[in-house]
Write a protein that binds this ligand. Sequence first.
Ligand SMILES: [Zn+2]
Length: 405
Amino acid sequence: MEVKIPENRVIIDNTEYSVDYLEGIHPGGDIFIKAFAGRDASEAFLSYHRRPFPHKEYGNTPIIPQNTQNSDYLELCDIVNKVLPIYKSFAPPSYYIKLFIILSFTFGLEFYIHFTQQYVWYLTAPLGLFIAWTGLNIQHDANHGAISRHFMVNRLLGLTQSWIGGSACIWIHQHVVQHHIFCNDVIRDPDMEGSILIKFNPNAPEAHQYLYQHIYFLGVIALYGFTVVKDSVYGLLCGVYFTPISPYLNVHMNLDLVFSALFLVRWVALPLYLVPSTNTIWSIGIMYAVAGYYLSFFFILSHNFSETRNYSPSSKESFLYKQVTSSSNVGGPWLCWFNGGLNYQIEHHLFPRIHHSHYPKIAPLVREFCAGKGIPYKHFDTIYENVVSTSLYLYNVARTTGIKK
Ligand SMILES: [Zn+2]
């Protein structure tokens, strides 16, 4: 039975630390500590710092000997750290040119549309694309703390998630606290939840419509952007996203609520006040369909493919094994440049605080290491191959009940 962790405590290697204490000593800012309040952050610490937690420095002896529990992961960290030391893992100067271009278009196009009152698809659709690139190339790295060693830079750029209709806090709770740690866990990964139209989770009940999801998933993913806005607002107001959100995050969630209200003013109230027409509604819908389609298309491919593994809370495999076998890679460096490295999903899940521009460099090391350990490492050469494999997974999962091992 899982032991309930007090709300004001964080567990690392079965050792309790007070949230207030960790916040005071954490150089990466308070938001990650707050997000993990009342939870076990052992694997989060390991994957963000690529070294064991220094319990002795804080007068504690870990109850579980750390180096035996995740020895394979720490072995890989040693290899990666030699090629890419921690202090060089953040964004290179050239990344800031890409950041500047994406943000210029994201803010500039929006301003132009409102200023000229041209709520037309041929302006809103490209804006949708830049919203997706903001999500993939900026907010994702920033909210993982991977852009800069200065946490305020990450925090500021992480707020782009709140600007584009989501919420930085909800995203950290959903993605960092839950999805990354429990990837493809049929009980604990919110990304396995699916919907009335899509079943990802083999444990979810069967339904007639799912029998065709391997075909229609390429259409319904356009709805993803709308669900992000809806779920973010609900999470901020109710304090729940799949699981209860740490109350310590409330102080940051208030800011996200202001952003959400602003988003609804920017993309609902203002356009309908300036140009009240169905064309306005359609054009704004297209913007969010484009953004949502681009984002969800690549999200789905990376964890739902025919050879993927699902896990449960009782799975005994190591952190490294679970992360590698529940993710897949596709393409190479050019797709990495456009998609913020999320096509190197395996490396991203192993090392979420390494900036995406470094993934092409470390991927061959990870692949070779996994081959040596006999860990399945899935790389698709083309997006087409990945889509076919995802379609096969969706076909099978629609006809499955129980974990596919
Ligand atoms: Zn991530």
